[in-house]
Design a protein around this ligand. Structure first.
Ligand SMILES: Cc1cc2nc3c(=O)[nH]c(=O)nc-3n(C[C@H](O)[C@H](O)[C@H](O)COP(=O)(O)OP(=O)(O)OC[C@H]3O[C@@H](n4cnc5c(N)ncnc54)[C@H](O)[C@@H]3O)c2cc1C
Ligand code: FES
Length: 348
């Protein structure tokens, strides 16, 4: 099916497969359509259709539908498939993705190496049939036959032409995908994957110091950023600061990996774990090593320790939306960092 797009600046056209969302089809064909979550919650992918009968209904309860004027034909491109050739209007200037940027693509994979990192966090890999090139900080959407809809997960690893994508998932109470993942039968299960996606990307060529603020499983994409930075020796000539927020010591994971990153670049890569619900342990209970600990909400700890040191940085933020909003406010309003230097993913 053909999707014709009227944008503010130009007209475009691309092919859409049966059952494929208009957003995923457009991105796959190299059109930089607007989106953030790619999974129906943020409302960023809003568009308007001339003839509503040419598109499907999608996920009726999608939280992002709350941002729409349905009577004007508005819909979420990430949730809606074309049923016939259609014409849509996107209220933005659009461009083709630049050469050298890898376009997202479909692939099939299998879940393997599923393991518990804490009582409510698991890690797993997806072995994909087609290798994926992605930037540190990007995510993919994953679907399994047992659960309706796609879920977005940030890659933990960093590799070119990756045959294995590594993920970490925090259990959400009554969450459909995480319930399934924590139950029996997920190891070895088939998964459909579309990626890479996301603009909260680490670009070493920008030559800026790096600040990462992560809440819970928001650490996923930060691990990828640190993996790339450490592999390329970026922290020999740039400072890195990572703040990882969890509730208590029993919620801490990736401590060995974070310690290895910090130990490789002493003095220039500083990693702090912020405990929001308990005091920092003392004596024998405090882990030895190069990772520091602090008490408080992660964005407050970052604000205190980064005071006066936010001039020439790129900041990456990921995790629960209230934590991300708090960190964005701290950086843009309080530290006056330009919005273009603040990149985030809200795990809604
Ligand atoms: C960019 C991005 C990156 C993320 N990265 C991570 C990560 O690395 N680790 C992590 O733990 N979490 C991550 N998340 C959150 C993750 O995508 C899930 O929201 C979370 O795991 C809860 O999923 P669930 O199925 O357990 O909960 P649910 O409440 O069942 O579903 C949560 C989300 O799934 C989608 N959804 C639910 N039902 C449907 C349906 N019927 N049809 C279509 N879509 C539906 C919606 O987006 C909904 O908000 C990320 C989110 C975003 C936006
Ligand atoms: S990108 Fe479609 S609702 Fe977020």
């Amino acid at each position: 099916m053909k999707v014709r797009v009227r944008a503010k600046n130009d007209k475009f056209e691309f092919d859409c497969r049966e059952g494929e969302s208009i957003l995923y089809a457009g991105l796959r064909n190299g059109l930089a359509l607007p989106y953030e979550c790619a999974t129906g919650t943020c409302g960023t992918c809003k568009a308007r259709v001339r003839e509503p009968a040419t598109i499907g209904e999608g996920w009726i309860e999608a939280p992002g539908n709350g941002y729409l004027k349905r009577e004007r034909g508005e819909f979420l491109m990430c949730q809606i498939c074309a049923l016939a050739d259609c014409e849509i209007a996107v209220p933005a200037n659009l461009s083709r993705t630049s050469a050298g940027t890898s376009r997202p693509a479909w692939t099939q994979g299998r879940i393997r190496n599923l393991r518990h990192l804490t009582h409510d966090v698991v890690a797993f890999d997806i072995a994909v049939d087609d290798p994926m090139d992605f930037e540190a900080g990007q995510f993919a959407v994953v679907q399994v036959p047992q659960v309706q809809g796609f879920r977005a997960y940030s890659m933990v690893n960093y590799a070119k032409a990756a045959r294995s994508l590594e993920f970490v998932v925090k259990k959400k109470p009554d969450g459909a995908f995480s319930d399934w993942l924590f139950g029996p039968g997920a190891e070895g299960a088939d998964a459909t994957v579309f990626g890479p996606l996301g603009n909260a990307v680490f670009r070493p060529e920008e030559e800026r110091d790096v600040l990462c603020i992560a809440g819970g499983s928001g650490i996923a994409g930060m691990m990828s950023i640190l993996a790339r930075g450490c592999r390329d020796g970026y922290f020999k000539s740039h400072k890195g600061n990572l703040f990882f927020g969890v509730r208590t010591m029993k919620d801490v994971f990736f401590l060995d990996e974070l310690s290895s990153f910090a130990a490789a670049f002493p003095g220039s890569l500083r990693i702090t774990i912020a405990l929001s619900d308990e005091d920092v342990p003392v004596g024998d209970e405090r882990p030895n090593g190069p990772v520091d600990f602090a008490n408080g909400f992660v964005h407050a700890v970052a604000s205190e320790r980064m005071a006066g040191a936010c001039d020439d940085i790129t900041a990456f933020i990921a995790g629960p939306p209230p934590m991300v909003d708090g960190a964005i406010r701290m950086l843009i309003v309080d530290a006056r960092l330009p919005a273009s230097q603040v990149r985030y993913d809200k795990f809604s």
